[in-house]
Write a new protein. Structure first.
Length: 289
């Protein structure tokens, strides 16, 4: 019996294995970190020679990123644009190609967004971002609740305290900004609440009630929604891993059954007996198990 040589994989298959390999991913991750360090160094007043070297290194890394995108386009073709992460990578790399001159100088500051590519390259960070994205609908509802509380509080603050403290509660906008400072607990007591309470002794009820509703209640709902989304993402990943493991076990059992059928046919051939048909050999292989 002659063994047929396995045909060499097509070029597209070799490129696919390269792009999907762990070494390629780790290389891109390292280049992203190096590029982030270069952009940080370029913010300092460095000698001209050092700036020239860093600019050259920055361009070389951009060229690698462009080649990476091209390789993914070759492998995935139209499927490349079905992934939101691919769109993100494509946009970030495209911004890196904007010329550093004229009206585009401001846009060149967006080069640092390349560091965000870590979200798409590192699986753990990608899961966190996906969990945050999954939590957006729930966070949107909480934002509406917070907006209603803010509007009511801003109107009440303007009506109650604008006469004595117009610097804080002159109108709706100023009142809302003051309440945002109160919600963040940034100098809210000495900077806002106590001066108002000096003229309005019962104003503490307004400030304490607003802080309890916003800082202690509504904002904690954001944390609850995010934690729930993270747990859901973890359970989904675990279910996916279990499904993959189950599929691999089923595939392995099918291969073992097929191998036993081939061995049964080979034994029959060596004994000079007519080979069994596939169904009977399969039944015998199953009975041997």
């Amino acid at each position: 019996m002659t063994l047929a040589l396995e045909p060499a994989p097509p070029p597209q298959g070799r490129i696919a294995r390269l792009v999907e390999s762990a070494g390629f991913r780790h290389t891109i991750t390292a280049l992203i970190l190096i590029n982030a360090a270069i952009l940080g160094l370029l913010t300092y007043d460095l000698p001209a020679a050092a700036v020239s070297v860093l600019d050259w290194a920055d361009r070389a890394i951009i060229a690698v990123f462009v080649i990476e995108i091209l390789l993914k386009l070759i492998v995935q073709r139209h499927r490349f644009f079905k992934s939101g992460w691919n769109w993100f990578d494509f946009t970030v790399v495209a911004l890196s190609l904007i010329p550093d001159a004229g009206a585009f100088t401001v846009l060149r500051a967006l080069r640092v967004l390349r560091l965000f590519r870590l979200f798409s390259v590192v699986p753990e960070m990608r899961r966190v971002v996906e969990a945050l994205g999954k939590a957006i609908p729930g966070m949107g509802a909480i934002m509406l609740v917070l907006a209603v509380i803010f509007y009511v509080g801003a109107v009440m603050g303007a009506k109650l305290f604008s006469g004595t403290h117009p610097q804080f509660f002159a109108d709706l906008g100023a009142s809302a900004f003051t309440l945002f400072q109160v919600m963040t607990l940034e100098s809210w007591s000495m900077g806002v609440a106590r001066p108002v309470i000096a003229d309005h002794p019962y104003a503490w009820i307004f400030f304490v009630g607003f802080i309890v509703l916003t800082s202690f209640a509504v904002l904690n709902l954001f944390i609850a929604v995010i934690v729930d989304s993270m747990q859901s993402k973890h359970f989904d990943a675990e279910d996916q891993r279990q499904q993959v493991a189950h599929d691999e076990r089923v595939e392995m059992l099918d291969e073992v059954r097929a191998l036993r059928v081939e061995l049964a046919e080979l034994r029959a051939e060596l004994r000079g007996q007519p080979p069994e048909d596939l169904s009977s050999a399969s039944k015998r292989a199953d009975s041997d198990e």
